[in-house]
Design a protein around this ligand. Sequence first.
Ligand code: GRG
Length: 290
Amino acid sequence: MKKKLNKIAKDTNFFLKKFINNQKKSELIIPMKYGLFSGGKKIRSKILIDIGYLFKLDYKSLIIIGSAIECIHAYSLIHDDLPCMDNDLIRRGKPATHIKFGESTAVLAGNSLLTMAFEILSHKDLNISQKIKIDLINKISESSGHLGIAGGQYLDLNYEHKLISKKKIIEMEIKKTGKLFSFCCVAPLIIKNKKINEIRKFEGIGADIGLLFQVADDLIDHKGKLSSAGKKTGKDKKKGKATLISLLGYKNTIKYANKLILKINSKLKKYGSKTKDLNETLEYILSRDK
Ligand code: GRG
């Protein structure tokens, strides 16, 4: 699993470096590269490739689409660390982008990474029809805006120091983290022109994977160490964040996460042994320490 993830990270970074190097130079390129290439796991690209495998999609196209996803992800992390958001100094074991380059530069590098995702999805190197490119851009935009990452982040900040119900915490985590995973799960179906009910089913699977990912992230914050996590831990409690751990406790949250894995696997039963890679990725998501 680690080997496969490393290969995906290497291929994604290779594509992104080539893509950026082919563009005209600007002062923002260095902070953008800092946010992109400081050691992310590329787990979203792995999920995209695992689902793409079920639909026999070619690896090269998936790496390009994954690169666009990783740009949006890197953007969200840069902005998440800003003083007006979660105010974090360390990311991936290194100074956060705004610590290294200043706040205004971090905001602009983040914005540039967001728009770069759309440039990548509309680029000629991606060998799919214009119609499908538009559908992909439509879906990834929806996943990133007020109904997705940005809206989820708003709720995350708004729920601090409040008693929030389980249903609302889950809704918030699905928006903040799950929507981008939903995109990873539906992009292969969009490319294969699948029917809307099947797309909806995979959207739901993506939301559950994102929720699992976020729960694992909350568990790392609760029990993990800075040296392995690459970011400060124990912050959620201090900041009064509404998480499933704060509501259900540590042990029940682990039970909840294991139930999520069973739920995801049962939805994918019909694909049989083809889901082996995806199963491994799900186990990794829950057991990871960073
Ligand atoms: C609209 C894209 C966008 C952003 C603005 C700041 C913000 C709104 C949203 C923040 C959303 C956020 C950071 C959610 C947390 C998701 C999460 C658990 C990130 C950690 O992902 P990993 O572990 O990171 O995959 P690596 O370092 O491996 O890439």
